[in-house]
Design a protein around this ligand. Structure first.
Ligand SMILES: NC(=O)c1ccc[n+]([C@@H]2O[C@H](COP(=O)([O-])OP(=O)(O)OC[C@H]3O[C@@H](n4cnc5c(N)ncnc54)[C@H](OP(=O)(O)O)[C@@H]3O)[C@@H](O)[C@H]2O)c1
Length: 303
């Protein structure tokens, strides 16, 4: 029996969840239960007889009770991400987490390992309900009565990254687009380094608290966009700089009426208004540090 006992995983079918399952050893972790809305989507990732799908959502208390029954550790990755309405972020990221924590506490789970976001610590969270929901999620975990280890990743890149897809759209438009000067620093992290930190944390059952999770390189946002454009188009080309403040304000005004047709939200532009780096703070002893370089994060990009 592995030292963590059975694992209950939410968000198993997402970008990070699939990479985490690929890194976990079935010999070491023979019992993994995965919450997923459409179990058939997960079939290829369930590599051991004891790795099973539990059909349901974070709104379904019965499914959550089944998910966590007998589990030693919950790994909580599920979230409403990307473009969504404020109520959806609250329903999934705050109220869904609250239900999961209640189920875990009732089942005697020993620890929850969760992914929050660097955005939870953004000083400027105007019009950004994702960020406020992640901050509220952290509060729910802190008060939930189950020891928790919370990671705050920066933007997670790699093959299949939803964030990378969005940045590519901006960077590789006929004229590459940057909101504001693009001088604030970002510190992207490779999805396999995030998965390695999660997997490594399983082996450290007494580690709790909050830790920023960023990659080895810090660079201005504009340099990241230029690197993406160079990779896809062969050269960086000059960028079109749109005024960040007015565009955010205009999107915030337009969202209530035109949400379905807007290409992005005011909140998503918060990444251009806040440093996307992790503070220099002690890193939990024994955990693997992210090391994969930016070149590896962008290697899936092609013309
Ligand atoms: N990607 C990034 O750049 C980034 C950066 C910082 C933090 N994070 C955090 O890292 C975590 C994983 O992100 P990701 O990129 O893997 O996200 P993702 O690809 O969007 O996957 C989200 C997952 O959450 C699940 N989910 C959404 N709503 C749900 C609900 N109501 N009930 C149950 N499951 C639900 C989805 O389930 P189905 O598979 O059933 O659809 C999916 O598996 C999230 O907490 C995110 O906030 C991500």
């Amino acid at each position: 029996m592995a030292m963590t006992g059975p694992i209950a995983l939410t968000g198993a079918g997402g970008f990070v969840g699939r990479r985490l399952l690929a890194q976990l050893s079935p010999d070491r972790y023979p019992d993994v239960r995965c919450l997923i809305r459409e179990p058939a989507r997960l079939a290829a990732s369930l590599r051991a007889p004891g790795w099973r799908a539990v059909a349901g959502t974070l709104a379904d208390e019965q499914a959550l009770a089944t998910l966590v029954a007998g589990a030693g550790t919950v790994i909580h990755l599920a979230a409403t991400t990307g473009k969504a309405r404020p109520a959806e972020y609250t329903a999934t990221n705050v109220e869904g987490t609250r239900r999961l924590v209640a189920a875990a506490r009732a089942a005697g789970v020993r620890r929850i390992i969760a992914l929050s976001s660097v955005a939870a610590g953004f000083a400027d969270q105007r019009h950004y309900p994702y960020a406020t929901s992640k901050r509220a999620m952290e509060q729910v975990l802190a008060e939930g009565g189950v020891p928790a280890l919370i990671f705050r990743p920066t933007m997670i890149l790699g093959d299949g990254s939803p964030v990378l897809k969005g940045l590519r759209t901006l960077a590789c438009a006929p004229a590459g687009v940057c909101f504001g000067p693009g001088t604030l620093p970002v510190q992207p992290v490779h999805v396999d380094d995030v998965a390695a930190a999660l997997a490594g944390a399983l082996a450290l059952p007494d580690t709790t608290g909050t830790a920023g999770l960023g990659g080895p390189e810090v660079l201005p946002f504009l340099d990241l966009l230029r690197a993406i454009r160079t990779r896809v188009r062969g050269r960086p080309d000059p960028f079109l700089h749109l005024p960040l403040g007015p565009v955010r304000a205009a999107l915030a005004l337009a969202e209530p009426l035109f949400f379905p047709v807007l290409p992005l939200t005011a909140g998503q532009l918060a990444s251009f208004a806040n440093p996307g780096t992790v503070p220099a703070e002690p890193w939990p002893g024994g955990l693997p540090r992210p090391t994969r370089p930016l070149a590896a994060m962008l290697s899936s990009l092609h013309a």
